[in-house]
Write a protein that binds this ligand. Structure first.
Ligand code: BTN
Length: 251
């Protein structure tokens, strides 16, 4: 099975569950049990959904929880590119729904509408002998509800005037991912970086980045060739390959 089978007929390579702990854990269990090729797992709810930086991803029924096992056959140093490929695919899939509001991509890999978070992406890479053996691309999209009490503003498709069924949205995401991966493999990451940058949140604006060790302030001027954020600071250009772009900076 490969992702082309899924995109031709979303039901063919898509495991759909009523509930699981985490679709990304479920996908990993399938790989460990010997499932070959590329495939996807979606669930209508998760009991232990996880986000980036060890955060919990609250996962009630009505939203989309999707994990895709991909095998891009690339060296480990290119593993950061997949988050941007996925974000561009999500941007295309959501844009096709014409939600009310401005859609933007927040570095490194959130999708926002009107400055509020609509989708999150969690990439888990499995590296063997300096190559990506496989990656699990976890995608959460707030379809019918968004969490309350988060440290960042959140929104849902329904709040933006869009009613969509999570299963058909999963099909659109998988088809767009297949198409964007085609651009990535045939034309290179520069094309992905360029499409991503056109939709980037706070591009050419002053931002604050928390890279885990310290907070850096500067003008967000674009992406490096591997997807690091290029920040123009008082002491020159800094390239930041992991961290969070803080919401406070938009104030
Ligand atoms: C983030 O922190 O923004 C990333 C959130 C990723 C959530 C998705 S939901 C499907 C998959 N399963 C998980 O447990 N997490 C990801």
């Amino acid at each position: 099975m490969n992702l082309a089978d899924i995109t031709g007929d979303p039901a063919s390579g898509l495991v759909v569950l009523q509930e699981t702990d985490s679709t990304s854990s479920e996908a990993l269990r399938h790989v460990e049990a010997g499932m070959q090729g590329e495939f996807a797992v979606m669930a209508h709810s998760q009991t232990a959904g996880r986000g980036r930086h060890g955060r919990t991803w609250v996962s009630p029924a009505g939203n989309l929880y999707l994990s895709i096992v991909v095998r891009p056959n690339l060296p480990a140093e290119r593993s950061g590119e997949l988050a941007f490929v996925t974000a561009v695919a999500l941007h295309r899939a959501i844009n096709d729904l014409h939600p009310a509001g401005t859609l933007a991509l927040k570095w490194p890999n959130d999708v926002l509408i009107n400055d509020a978070k609509l989708c999150g992406i969690l990439i888990e890479n499995h590296i063997e002998a300096a190559q990506i053996a496989f990656s699990i691309v976890g995608v959460g999209i707030n379809v019918a509800s968004s969490p309350a009490g988060t440290s960042y503003p959140a929104t849902s498709l329904i709040q933006c005037g869009i009613a969509v069924d999570p299963e058909s949205l999963a099909g659109s995401v998988l088809r767009q991912l297949q198409s964007v991966r085609g651009v990535w493999s045939k034309q290179g990451f520069e094309h992905i970086a360029s499409e991503w940058t056109q939709a980037a949140w706070r591009r050419d604006a002053r931002v604050v980045i928390d890279d885990g060790a310290e907070r850096k302030s500067g003008i967000f001027v674009g992406l490096s060739r591997y997807g690091a954020l290029r920040l123009s600071t008082d002491s020159g250009i800094a390239e930041i390959s992991s961290g969070s772009l803080l919401y406070e900076s938009a104030a």
